[in-house]
Design a protein around this ligand. Sequence first.
Ligand SMILES: C=CC1=C(C)c2cc3[nH]c(cc4nc(cc5[nH]c(cc1n2)c(C)c5CCC(=O)O)C(CCC(=O)O)=C4C)c(C)c3C=C
Ligand code: FE2
Ligand code: FE2
Length: 339
Amino acid sequence: MSRFSGITDNPHEGRFHQKTGILLTNLGSPDEPSTKAVRTYLREFLSDRRIVEIPRLIWMIILHGIVLRVRPKKSANLYKSIWTEKGSPLTHITELQRDKLSSLLKEKGYQNTEVVMSMRYGNPSIESGLQELREKGFTRIVVLPLYPQYSSPTTGSTFDAVSRVLQTWRWVPELHFINGYHKNTSYIDSLANSVAEDLQKNGTPQKIVFSYHGMPKLFLENGDPYYCLCLQTTRLVVEKLNLDKDLVISTFQSRFGKAEWLKPYTDATLESLPAQGIKDVAIISPAFSADCLETLEELESENREIFEEAGGEKYRYIAALNDRDDHIEAMFEVLKPNL
Ligand SMILES: C=CC1=C(C)c2cc3[nH]c(cc4nc(cc5[nH]c(cc1n2)c(C)c5CCC(=O)O)C(CCC(=O)O)=C4C)c(C)c3C=C
Ligand SMILES: [Fe+2]
Ligand SMILES: [Fe+2]
């Protein structure tokens, strides 16, 4: 059998008609909140060389000897606490985003496009998404990883997965890979709108915490731009809303392992605020384009508890942009130059 695959039954004329297929991607979730499914998911996730950069042999021993024996049970319980009838929130919200973006494209007159969604880890896989687009005759593909701030472990890793699949295709499509959109005006506007709506409804808190997913500090020192892109995102939202700089703080959450991660840490910050007289906070997480374990469990529940136990009184989480109309519009604006 050949190492390269292809579609062989295309009508001759149709084969050269370029249609643009859009592959929306996000991180992915386990298939179900069971220890077994979480172990399968974490094995794939934590074996990614862009996620954990510890020397391979040492990490494989730690991963298989300790992490995959201990973590899946604990993580499965966390996943159970956020799981819905429709499954993983992250996967379901990405499906809603796909459907709404697809309708918006049709409304705007882009009839020759189709939106498919894939997950970097777990299902539906990047391979199945690309395969679906190929089978439908798309010879031009735009990949939009739903990570506004580029980072090697997320966007870079998505590129790896896409290119690994395409390396096996006989007819490589025209490929456009969007590697981030943290400065896009429509994205910043939708974040600003979500903050403004919250302030209007609940009043101005003493602090607005912009909590971004963290990463090892070493990644930044070795050239990953993510940290700077996060701080720039906060600055652009502050400018857009004309907020007092002191009202806002950027922090980093979801630390994993023993190494130092980007600081300040979200949990330590929330724990320290009440002693400084700050007992009323709102928290937003601009790096997550969809609510997921890291927001629904870690921010909504775990960090709320930390803040309240330290003497905090009012704590509210501002939802991710999810399938808000202005977020879908922002996705369209990000894609537009490539349509
Ligand atoms: C081990 C190192 C990790 C790095 C580096 C990392 C970077 C990173 N992750 C996201 C987005 C998400 N991460 C999510 C879950 C999650 N992240 C890690 C580890 C790293 N992430 C783990 C082990 C987990 C799994 C959950 C657990 O067992 O605690 C999620 C949520 C997935 C879901 O199903 O809801 C997202 C989204 C970004 C943006 C990022 C960039 C720096
Ligand atoms: Fe993560
Ligand atoms: Fe977490």
